[in-house]
Design a protein around this ligand. Structure first.
Ligand code: NAD
Length: 474
């Protein structure tokens, strides 16, 4: 019997498909594809009842062509070495696509987070950090984790504190991890960055009339019917911004416990409140419960946003997907076979390595902030405001027109950290999309956007190897 194709195999299958459209030397392509380092750690922790449990954890650094390497840490009972390697490889390609100067990495701890108390999670997180430190797998110039499935700012703060304790002379210690709470060296806008990036990306994609007509949709995000799978950090924020800022209608939601449909639109905040109160998205007023959560993915809609885990869309359900656009907010939600099938059916798949890159983009901004030791906007905000006010006064003098207080406040607003973060994120998502789209067009639309984005990534990583050469110890 043949071995089922693993997640890492799937990523490499996509890589090979894209590499066939490039002319890089085979050795360079092989070097880009391989995992540079991977460690499997086992360590004991004390449970609250006094018993000892052995924890399995991994960290993979896929490509050290640029340092530090960067990638989240997930807590899930399905974590394994193949998954961590696949996700690390995706991070390399993701960073290249959005021009974030990092190599790719990923970490995972094989635990179901809900089965552990906060104190136990803290012990696991701190011990994992200690083990990574001992093996030189963490540090602001080496490898910089971030959150992923079931981890968030709290875990990142524990990691930063543990690292800083172990490396007291490292003045850049806070740059050892990103997505920390703002009070602990984090940056405004990081929590929602991935979801906001999904929104910026989709807004840009939908604004291109020619492309929308090609898939039978009107241009613009306004009024588009959206289904979101996974209302965690990424899915919740994506749904929120798509609805509140883009005017899209959330017609379905899929969670662990089930799926709901509401063609006239779900108010995301009210749904989250309902889930907090009842423990479930089911029985949401005005919505229909579906008999099986996976049917939610097959609802009639314009845009499907899988934002949970990998393999949500496989050949088992791809033929029944009705969306015209699949925006891969999660990493690896579509198997490579299913992705080909969707492309053949004319469904636009916005690949994970592009559409969910908002998180790593803002993580990059946070890392820069940590190295600079100053908040973005602190030096220039007042100066910009004063200059703009002088300009407005001059215009008033020249024209005789007086600006209202509201106009002055708007025109003479110096940028806060959040303004700069969101502006940098918006620029990144728009610019990167056009880079990918241009490649797809260059190949006469014969490749899907995943392949186009992978060609983009391979070209950029290959360029790094070409320009810096191959290091040999003499
Ligand atoms: P999260 O833990 O905050 O949320 C995941 C959500 O998915 C949870 O609400 C969970 O209940 C739900 N879920 C799990 N299994 C499900 C299933 N079978 N059906 C429906 N819902 C299910 O995690 P997150 O940080 O939002 O990450 C989600 C995905 O996005 C992951 O693939 C992750 O790698 C990717 N991602 C996250 C970030 C980030 O910044 N957090 C960045 C890029 C990519």
């Amino acid at each position: 019997m043949s071995r089922p194709i693993s997640f890492f195999d799937q990523v490499n299958r996509n890589f090979d498909k894209a590499a066939a459209h490039t002319e890089h030397p085979p050795g360079i392509l092989q070097q880009i594809k391989e995992i540079n380092s991977v460690i499997h750690l086992t360590f004991p922790i004390k449970r609250d009842d006094g018993s000892i449990q052995v924890i399995h954890a991994w960290r993979a650094e896929h490509s050290q062509h640029k340092l530090p390497t960067k990638g989240g840490i997930r807590y899930a009972d399905a974590v394994n070495e193949d998954e961590v390697m696949a996700l690390a490889a995706l991070m390399t390609y993701k960073c290249a696509i959005v021009n974030v100067p990092f190599g790719g990495a990923k970490g995972g701890v094989k635990i179901k987070a809900q089965d552990y108390s906060d104190a136990e999670l803290e012990r696991i997180t701190r011990r994992f950090t200690f083990e990574l430190f001992r093996k030189n797998f963490i540090g602001p110039s080496l490898d910089v984790p971030a959150p992923d499935f079931a981890t968030g700012p709290r875990e990142m703060a524990w990691i930063a504190d543990t690292y800083a304790t172990l490396a007291p002379h490292d003045i850049n210690a806070l740059g050892c991890v990103t997505a920390k709470p703002v009070s602990e060296g984090g940056i405004s806008g990081r929590v929602e960055a991935t979801g906001r990036g999904v929104f910026f990306g989709l807004r840009e994609v939908c604004s291109i009339a020619e492309d929308m007509r090609g898939i039978g949709l009107d241009p613009g995000l306004e009024g588009k019917r959206v289904v979101v799978q996974g209302l965690g950090n990424v899915g919740y924020h994506a749904a929120k911004f798509l609805h509140e800022e883009g005017g899209a209608i959330i017609v379905g939601a899929v969670e662990y416990e089930g799926a709901i449909s509401k063609p006239d639109g779900i108010d995301v905040e009210t749904l989250m409140e309902h889930r907090r109160e009842t423990g479930s998205i089911l029985d949401f007023p005005g919505a229909e419960n579906l008999s099986d959560r996976d049917l939610g993915l097959e609802l009639d809609c314009d845009i499907l946003v899988p934002a949970a885990l990998e393999n949500a869309i496989t050949m088992a359900n791809a033929p029944r997907i009705k969306a015209k656009i699949v925006a891969e907010a999660a990493n690896g939600p579509t198997s490579s076979e299913a992705s080909d099938h969707l492309f053949e059916r004319g469904i636009m798949v916005l690949p994970d390595a592009y559409i969910n890159a908002g998180g790593v983009t803002v993580s990059y901004f946070e890392w820069l902030k940590n190295l600079e030791h100053v908040r973005f906007g602190r030096m220039e905000k007042r100066f910009e405001e004063a200059s703009a006010r002088q300009l407005l006064t001059a215009i008033e003098g020249a024209t005789g027109r007086t600006f209202t207080d509201r106009e002055v406040a708007t025109y003479a607003k110096g940028a806060d950290e959040i303004d700069l973060v969101n502006s940098g994120l918006e620029e990144t998502m728009i610019e990167s999309y056009h880079g990918i789209r241009d490649i797809a067009h260059r190949i006469d639309g014969a490749v899907d956007l995943r392949t186009a984005s992978m060609i983009d990534a391979i070209d950029k990583v290959a360029l790094a190897y070409r320009d810096r050469g191959i290091f040999h110890v003499r």
